[in-house]
Write a protein that binds this ligand. Structure first.
Ligand SMILES: [Fe+2]
Ligand SMILES: [Fe+2]
Length: 361
């Protein structure tokens, strides 16, 4: 289990304190207006959401399992999700066809300037690859888990296709081949700590948002179309990106397991892409044609959060800065707005020097 992370502002402070059983009360009534005014891409909102979602995965040390269904926490989660969803809808095209959104993903952009995998394959340095893996670990150590939540909501062809792909993601009956396990092995090759959730307190909002997106889609039956669109986008874009990341691992001598994780995805996702497009998406839209625009939304929202993460990583690296947040032991810290009253926090992220010289992480 993971340790509760330090808060990054009033919302995450309220959530973490409530889970610690502290005296703080969750935002209610009037102060719910504060939630609605929160930065939908900010550290505070995304950490609060991430922590609330984690209750549905493995939870936290010293937090009772049944807090997963605490009505007050769920009500707050709903408010945070509404803010995030509004931003996702505002940042994606409205009501376009699923086929169009998915077709666009098949075309590799000619301009590579915003692509992390191109950067890492061609000129990335080992410390950047390690940072990439540390931040991606929040996603890959959960790989395929939230997608399973959609299974009871599908039927027939779509259900069979989803389970067939998930069977591969979970190692086809062999625990050592579970994709999350392969990623843990990659982390070992890179000298990273592969404990589940280890880098949560180092992950900035864009990395948390990528995980929150799949949790959001996975947990809501109303967003089943978006979940399928998200899954399709991941599988369709994976083979070319994985090929470049395998090349980056090879060029930098990262190790056999590091290269294997991405090489495995070049092969596996080429098959998954076909099953997802022709069985899962087609099956779902045959059963429920009214979900067409939701599938497109899920794919487009995935592109949006991935683009934001790529911008964050490349901006940091181009400036010779770490893309990770500094680890702050025992302190509550805030990156948005003022720290909660009484918190020991007076930090400003910009104060920290680049961390890349202080690796290992
Ligand atoms: Fe996978
Ligand atoms: Fe896959």
């Amino acid at each position: 289990m993971t340790t509760l992370p330090p808060a990054r502002g009033p919302l995450s402070h309220a959530v973490v304190s409530a889970l610690r059983g502290g005296p703080e009360t969750l935002p209610s009534g009037e102060s719910r207006a504060e939630v609605r005014a929160a930065d939908p891409w900010g550290d505070d909102l995304h950490l609060a959401l991430y922590v609330l979602y984690e209750l549905h995965y493995r939870g936290f040390d010293a937090v009772a399992d049944d807090r997963e269904w605490d009505p007050e926490l769920l009500a707050l989660r709903g408010e945070l999700e509404a803010v995030f969803l509004d931003a996702l809808r505002a940042g994606t095209p409205d009501g376009r066809a699923a086929a169009r959104a998915l077709d666009e993903l098949l075309v590799e952009p000619v301009d590579h300037t915003g692509s992390v995998s191109h950067h890492l394959a061609v000129e990335g340095e080992l410390w950047q690859v390690r940072e990439y893996a540390a931040l991606r670990s929040l996603y890959h150590l959960k790989e395929a888990d939230p997608h399973l939540w959609v299974v009871p909501r599908l039927r027939g062809r779509a259900k069979a296709a989803m389970v067939a792909v998930e069977y591969d993601e979970f190692g086809a009956g062999r625990p050592e081949r579970i994709h999350a396990r392969l990623f843990a092995d990659l982390m070992s090759d890179l000298g990273l700590d592969n404990t589940y959730g280890h880098y949560l307190d180092r992950a900035p909002a864009p990395a948390l948002a990528a995980v929150n997106l799949m949790s959001l889609f996975g947990l809501h039956r109303a967003l089943r179309g978006a979940l399928v669109g998200h899954f399709a986008a991941v599988e369709i874009t994976s083979p070319p990106g994985s090929r470049r990341l395998a090349a980056a691992m090879r060029r930098l001598g990262a190790g056999a397991a590091a290269e294997h994780f991405y090489a495995e995805h070049v092969e596996a996702d080429a098959v998954h892409e076909q099953v997802v497009r022709h069985q899962l998406v087609t099956g779902l839209l045959t059963d429920e044609p009214h979900l067409d625009a939701d599938v497109a939304f899920g794919a487009d929202a995935t592109g949006l959060v991935e683009e934001r993460l790529a911008r964050h990583l490349l901006a940091a690296w181009n400036g010779e800065r770490s893309a990770l947040l500094p680890r702050v032991d025992g302190l509550t810290h805030g990156s948005t707005g003022s720290p909660p009253d009484g918190s020991p926090d007076s930090h400003n992220w910009a104060r920290w020097a680049p961390l890349r010289r202080t690796l290992p992480m």
